[in-house]
Design a protein around this ligand. Sequence first.
Ligand code: GLU
Length: 453
Amino acid sequence: MSETVTTRFAPSPTGTLHVGNIRTALHNWLLAKKSGGRFLLRIDDTDVARSREEHVEAIRADLAWLRLHPEREERQSARFAIYAAAFEKLIAAGRLYRCYETAQELELKRKVLLGRGLPPIYDRSALKLTEADHAAKAAAGEQPHWRFLLDHDAPIEWLDGIRGPQHFDPRQMSDPVVRRADGSWLYMLPSVIDDIEMSVTDVLRGEDHVSNTATQVQMFTALGAPVPRFAHEALLTGAEGKLSKRLGSLGVSEMREQGIEPEALIALLARLGTSDPVEPELDADALAASFDLGRFGRAPARFDDAELARVNASVIHRLPFAHVAHRLPEGMSEAAWDAIRPNLSTVAEVADWWRVVTGPIDAPEFDDETRAFLREAATVLELVDWDLTEARQEAWSFLTSNLKQRTGRSGKALFLPLRQALTGMDHGPDMKALLPLIGRDEAVRRLGLDGMR
Ligand code: GLU
């Protein structure tokens, strides 16, 4: 039977998504997309006190902006009854046990072990409590917290999609607490229950979860479910060694305000951590087709603002008019977009270049000789039959080749004053494309320097 690859992105809504979370979301989306599978969003809001509705909404909005549409959204806070049922099943199977140690007592135990040079593994002393002991605790008003009993005789192994073969000795691990004395859930068990119930086939997340996976592998088995494939990605570091500065620390909405296009973020994050080149690919399906976990290395990947800015510019230089039309200044045509986009590092900059087309512009002061040259240019340009499309399109070559012959000027002496007079700038879009947009009459006016001819 062929399985449907199912991945999930499981953020805790305790803050906004940053570049590391976005990468995890994207990779899960790509992995599912690659094999025509399903990508789910699971809001991990078991921690009711720290979870905020505004963060849930921001997560949805961020994914929508990135066009990483989940097929289904689930919230852990709506699933407590499901967890309770699985919890009972594990109690019946003898895989959960009641404990009463306070945080201070546990801390003391840890310190004693560490002081003796031993690993700080929970000593399972609560396992020795009798039913009478539990009854006495209950009578005294003490509520237990619950731990999952690791099977010490079942070595933990999995073939990690990125890290390769993994081995853990359960004897070297503490039985994890899965439920607090107040009945609230810790992350570990609900995640497994959800992955089973949502038929998740591939769990792809950061390497900070490797030790969680070690305990979760036994939970899948204890619940009678197959263990999904696991892959853990190396974490991202910023240009300065940690991801705390500049773009890397920003949320999606701030990146967007800074002019980052979703396609740029996606193209970069799809490849970051592999040795494959980052291409300004606009088609996320194409990125999915070539997405391969095996290409990701175990070394931390470096996120670099400058690289994102570069990819962003390359993406903008390829964006088709239809894609950006609604964000462009009123009246701006496809020809104008095509002429201007190679000069942009953000789409917002288009407004400045469009003003160069529509005017008014600030031309520099020219000396007498240059003014005479520009007046001559105006005369030549007036010869162009502007009603003929071809003549319009060739106006710049016509103008410059004519002027070259007439004046003997060439290179910079020929081109720079023309560009300066026509645009007020020393550099910018291709004049061949810009001149037809400015129009003959306006160009003649600019060359004649407002009636000075
Ligand atoms: N809520 C967890 C986190 O954000 C999810 C981990 C997982 O993918 O299972 O780290």
